[in-house]
Design a protein around this ligand. Structure first.
Ligand SMILES: *Cc1c(COP(=O)(O)O)cnc(C)c1O
Length: 379
């Protein structure tokens, strides 16, 4: 139930990758022999596959180590390229930590930063967004689908506003890609971050889409070296990983529609089973504008830490508190949609996926309900 954290590599993806570990191990930058050419051809095929999935040109895709790096390359790369100019950066209150931390860094560097609030459902208010745009606003970074509550933003409308106001539009689409329609032309997206491992590809590989015309975006590399990826991302390419990412997104191009519909049915079933049996259960995030495989709930009086502890051998779940620090912090996302610390401490995130079986969903619902009643002392 934790597909938002990572997904298993699809067997078809693994099969595509395997030859590139040993037989076809060439360095895609080796121009003098067939090992290099073979690796290069495989990378270029993957570039096409990823580009096609988002409606871009292959030449607009740059491979990275994942969405964290793609977010950094997009944001830091952009502001480094326009250093010296007065600059205003806009983002939302429900971003992934990689964008949040970048925003903090920008503030310290003298870039003006606006953090847009979201409504109860987790969406940015378009009127507030318009009001916030000023003469010095250069870039908006907005997470397309949130990783905790699954809220989808009104991408096409927001892209249109940005285009009209000449603000560049970056989106972190790590959770959205492979679940909902995504098109950089229709949505007027200028920069877009992807991760392979959130979509049945391997860990440690991702991509950044960089618009090449209307307008052409210029970024400063994060690091310098051999000039790989047209000078934007030096370092020997992770050929097997890239091949896997390409195959994973190709599969999504063919199967996403059907898969998302099936996931939505199972998610709704889980939601109904839980809300029928658990009095007071509250669903966090928009019911309509939401990833099809995401469910986030709060169960008053039932600490999610305790519930997860009781279920840890049977069900892999995640909660709305980051336990990285000694005192668990309520999730910034749940607070941004108005939850109290208490309700955030009672939250659970369910993420279904390609290999979830209906009988597993039944089992999860049954076990969660049982534990809730035990903890509440009603059993
Ligand atoms: C997982 C995730 C990331 C980070 O991706 P990595 O490839 O693991 O670096 C960034 N943004 C969102 C929304 C994510 O879910």
């Amino acid at each position: 139930m934790d597909y938002h954290a990572s997904t298993p590599v699809d067997p078809r993806v693994l099969e595509a990758m395997l030859p590139y570990f040993s037989e076809k191990f060439g360095n895609s930058a080796s121009k003098q022999h067939s090992f290099g050419w073979e690796a290069e051809a495989a990378v270029e095929k993957a570039r096409e596959q990823v580009a096609r999935f988002i409606g871009a040109q292959a030449g607009e895709i740059y491979f990275t180590s994942g969405a964290t790096e793609s977010n950094h390359l997009a944001l830091r790369g952009f502001f480094d390229a326009c250093a010296g100019k007065p600059a205003h950066f806009m983002t939302s209150a429900i971003e992934h930590s990689s964008v949040r931390e970048m925003a903090k860094h920008f503030s310290q560097k003298g870039i003006q930063v606006s953090v847009l609030p979201v409504d109860e459902g987790g969406q940015v208010d378009l009127e507030k967004l318009k009001k916030e745009i000023g003469r010095e606003t250069l870039l908006l970074s907005l997470i397309m689908a949130n990783n905790e509550i699954g809220t989808l933003q009104a991408m096409a409308e927001i892209g249109k506003i940005c285009k009209e106001k000449e603000v560049l539009f970056h989106t972190d689409a790590a959770q959205a890609a492979g679940k909902v329609l995504l098109n950089v032309q229709e949505m007027n997206i200028d920069l877009l971050s992807l991760s392979a491992h959130k979509n049945y590809g391997p860990k440690g590989v991702g991509a950044l889409y960089v618009r090449s015309k209307n307008p052409r975006i210029k970024l400063e590399p994060l690091f310098y070296g051999g000039g790989h990826e047209r000078g934007l991302r030096s370092g020997t390419l992770n050929v097997p990983g890239i091949v896997g990412m390409g195959r994973a997104f190709e599969i999504s191009s063919h199967e996403m529609k059907q898969e998302s519909e099936a996931l939505r049915i199972e998610r709704d079933r889980l939601q109904n089973m839980l809300s029928e049996k658990i009095p007071g259960l509250k669903i966090n995030g928009s019911l309509q504008q939401r990833l099809p495989h995401n469910l986030n709930v709060s169960i008053p009086g039932v600490s999610s830490d305790r519930l997860m502890m009781n279920l840890k051998k049977e069900v892999a779940l995640s909660s709305g508190s980051a336990c990285a620090s000694a005192s668990p912090q309520a999730s910034h996302v749940l607070k941004a949609i108005g939850l109290s610390d208490e309700m955030a401490a009672c939250s659970l995130r369910f993420g279904l996926g390609r290999f979830s079986k209906p009988e597993e969903i039944d089992f999860v619902a049954k076990r969660v309900v049982e534990e809730v009643f035990k903890i509440r002392g009603c059993f």
